[in-house]
Design a protein around this ligand. Structure first.
Ligand code: DGY
Length: 321
């Protein structure tokens, strides 16, 4: 019996044994993702593809995948994959929801605190030998306790942020495509509001909505103009939700006080981006889910999805409608 062929676009932080028992597995072992042209060639020959958010899986690529039976993405977000084209070709696409909620909320929370209390600037200040004495007005930032947190997108990660915020005595407002039920709102002690009001009310704004045609470029000049001058914006979702020129303008002109982003468009951010010159911006390299345990679970879940797809079974976590 010939085993199905599988291509995995990077080394995974888990054992491949379960998959290797039912398939011939090829792993791309370089640090950089396989170039698009390489992916095109691979996809022509395989039955299963395990990919990452840095791999572009578009209509053209899928057209070449005549034998493709399943695609499994090791991420919760899947904006890099043309789901419509995959569905039209009958290819199920899997993803990894749930297992990265806490890790991502933790990183988001860390960015909120680090931005508020200017920890990156403070560290640079010490290393530069500028610490001379205790100063009453040195590196001041806003209080977190008592401040208002605005959460955009109230899925798993948005709700995990609300739970963390309560431990810090914050007021939490949220906006979302679908309002959650009153019981959950009461349990989490959160208030539903519209997007514009949230921007006007919040001391901290955090983005937890997926990238879609509606959220692409959601934050542009008008949105920054609505925010408080003292506000801090955090984004651990997808870079394209914020227009980078508008962000630069808002931060450099003092329209908002600061930002902390784990995601950029493109990724990596070009090293000559003007954003990298700003002291009131913190940037991390898309590490929201980067805990040992979480990445292991994501990889294992992605393998489960792929195995199910190769066997012709329903993927445990399938994104196709
Ligand atoms: C995801 O899963 O979509 C994150 O952005 C990467 O962990």
């Amino acid at each position: 019996m010939t085993l199905p062929q599988v291509f995995i676009t990077r080394r995974l932080p888990t054992q491949l044994q379960r998959l290797e028992e039912i398939a011939n597995v090829e792993v791309w072992t370089k640090r950089q993702p396989p170039p698009y042209e390489v992916l095109l060639e691979k996809v022509k020959k395989v039955n299963g593809l395990l990919c990452l958010l840095s791999d572009r899986i578009d209509r053209h690529l899928l057209e070449g995948g005549m034998s493709l039976r399943a695609i499994s993405q090791m991420a919760v977000g899947y904006d890099n994959i043309d789901i419509g084209a995959a569905t039209a070709r009958g290819i199920p696409v899997g993803h990894t929801p749930g297992v990265l909620t806490d890790a991502t909320a933790d990183l988001t929370w860390a960015l909120l605190m680090v931005a508020a209390r200017r920890i990156v600037e403070a560290d640079r200040f010490v290393r530069a030998g500028e610490w001379q004495t205790w100063e009453p007005d040195l590196l001041l930032g806003p209080n977190i306790a008592g401040a208002t947190l605005g959460i955009i997108g109230f899925g798993r990660i948005g709700q995990a942020m609300a739970r963390r915020a309560k431990g810090f005595d914050m007021r939490v407002v949220y906006t979302s495509k679908h309002r959650c039920d009153l019981e959950l709102e009461q349990k989490l002690d959160v208030e539903f509001t519209n997007f514009e009001t949230l921007l006007q009310l919040s001391d901290f704004v955090t983005i937890h909505t997926p990238l879609s045609p509606e959220t692409d470029g959601l934050f542009a000049e008008n949105e920054f103009a609505l925010m408080k001058k003292s506000a801090i914006l955090i984004n651990t979702s997808r870079g394209a939700i914020i227009n980078p020129n508008a962000l630069y303008k808002a931060l450099s002109s003092g329209e908002i006080a600061g930002a902390a982003i784990d995601v950029t468009e493109p990724e990596p951010i070009p090293t000559d981006s003007p954003l990298l010159t700003l002291d009131n911006l913190i940037i991390t390299p898309h590490i929201g889910s980067a805990s040992f345990q979480t990445r292991e679970k994501m990889a294992s879940m992605a393998i489960d999805n792929l195995i199910a797809g190769l066997k012709g079974e329903r993927l445990p976590n399938c994104v196709n409608p």
